[in-house]
Design a protein around this ligand. Structure first.
Ligand SMILES: *Cc1c(COP(=O)(O)O)cnc(C)c1O
Length: 393
């Protein structure tokens, strides 16, 4: 057992930003040219860079990924008492965004292999748990209208998009991809975020590319992009006379943030290569350890392994004693999110299954995954996991 506590600052962090390019240079440019706020050349450049990278026609930068999701709900027409299909296993932001728009999430369980929203359950629910009424798809158990589907590409791994898109098209429901964790990940060669009607990205400090904070709405639909730009800039119809025809939001990204984002985007290919290397090293070294299941990559996916995650197998497994052991060894880890159908914040929401997510929440643990993580650090993490299972079980 590790005995001495390791001071916080020498911990191997779960995930931290990697600053190694033009960040300083571009920030200096902002300050020297006095373009600091929610307009400026870097905002435009950041949007173009991301749109080009993802392979979509339009991108609208926002203050963060949650704001991008909120606006996307409005773009999809989600309004009071509409329902939106969201995975139960995810960071809470997409479910909160549904509520901001006045809607209600319907939570769908994860698939046991790749942990993404179970596309079979989505199709089954829409086919059998809903009915048509006057051109609307109505949830049989709540009587509310189903208005959108939000696949979340968890941990850098794509959801099974073909099935989700085909059932969404069958019922005429828009798909909003939450690609906040999956920048650079692909589904059958297509970038996540470019497959549905709208994609949402995040540039928070823990994401693969950071702008210090930031988000983006990406789409091929010019009208949606224009409306996104309008809603994120206070719904201004006439700028000189300050005329607003709707209630808008102040969700535009600042030029300072976009400057950092541009510098980070330039490094994205190397970041992804590094993340994949880290994942390969973890998989190889963790493979022989009994009680540890490593992350699977679906045949349709090229994962960026945003956070490398393991599952503690065996009867009655829970990852928390391992997490405590690793903390004492100076390694920061984190369990996966509490399934949202169990979350007090979303009490009363309907859940389609949930046991897979419940088990993953109990047994999974995210390991250090920073782009700057060294091979030695990966070995240290794995050796610490190995000694836990030698001594503690
Ligand atoms: C990070 C994240 C978001 C939100 O991003 P912010 O920029 O932090 O608001 C949304 N959804 C998921 C799944 C995330 O992991």
């Amino acid at each position: 057992m590790a005995t001495e506590r390791v001071p916080e600052q020498t911990m191997i962090p779960l995930v931290e930003p990697q600053i190694g390019g033009n960040e300083w240079k571009y920030l200096r440019e902002c300050i020297e040219t006095n373009w600091l706020s929610s307009a400026g050349p870097f905002v435009d450049r950041f949007e173009r860079m991301v749109a080009e990278y993802i392979g979509v026609k339009h991108a609208v930068a926002t203050t963060n990924g949650t704001a991008a999701l909120h606006i996307s709900m409005i773009l999809a027409g989600v309004a009071t008492d509409d329902e939106v299909i969201v995975p139960t296993l995810t960071f809470i932001a997409p479910a909160n965004a549904v509520r901001y728009a006045g809607g209600w999430p319907v939570f769908v369980d994860a698939d046991p292999l790749y942990w993404q929203m179970d596309s079979n359950r989505v199709a089954d629910f829409l086919d059998k748990g809903c009915r048509w009424h006057e051109g609307r798809l109505i949830n049989r158990s709540t009587g509310r209208r189903i208005k959108a589907i939000v696949p979340v590409h968890l941990l850098g791994h794509a959801c099974e998009m073909d099935s989700i898109m085909s059932v969404a098209r069958k019922y005429g429901i828009p798909v909003i991809e939450d690609a906040t964790e999956s920048l650079g990940a692909t589904y059958k060669g297509k970038q996540t975020g470019s497959i549905g009607d709208i994609g949402c990205l995040s540039f928070n400090g823990n994401k693969t590319v950071t702008a210090g904070g930031g988000g983006m709405i990406v789409t091929n639909d010019a009208a949606l992009a224009e409306r996104a730009r309008y809603l994120t800039t206070q719904a201004k119809n006439e700028p000189v006379e300050s005329i607003h025809n709707e209630v808008g939001y102040n969700y535009r990204l600042s030029n300072l943030h976009a400057a950092v984002g541009c510098a980070q985007m330039e490094q994205l290919p190397s970041f992804i290569t590094k993340k994949k290397e880290i994942a390969r090293a973890y998989r190889q070294l963790l493979g022989p350890i009994e009680n540890v299941e490593t992350m699977q990559e679906a045949p349709w996916a090229s994962s960026t392994f945003w956070l490398y995650t393991i599952v503690q197998s065996g009867s009655n497994g829970t990852s928390r004693p391992l997490a405590a052991f690793l903390k004492d060894a100076g390694i920061q880890t984190r369990p996966l999110w509490q399934p949202l159908h169990q979350s007090p914040a979303h009490r009363g929401s309907q859940a389609i299954g949930g046991d897979v997510a419940g088990q993953l929440c109990k047994r999974a643990l995210c390991l250090p995954s920073s782009v700057g993580l060294t091979g030695q650090e990966v070995e240290f993490v794995v050796n610490s996991i190995r000694s836990f299972f030698k001594t503690a079980l």
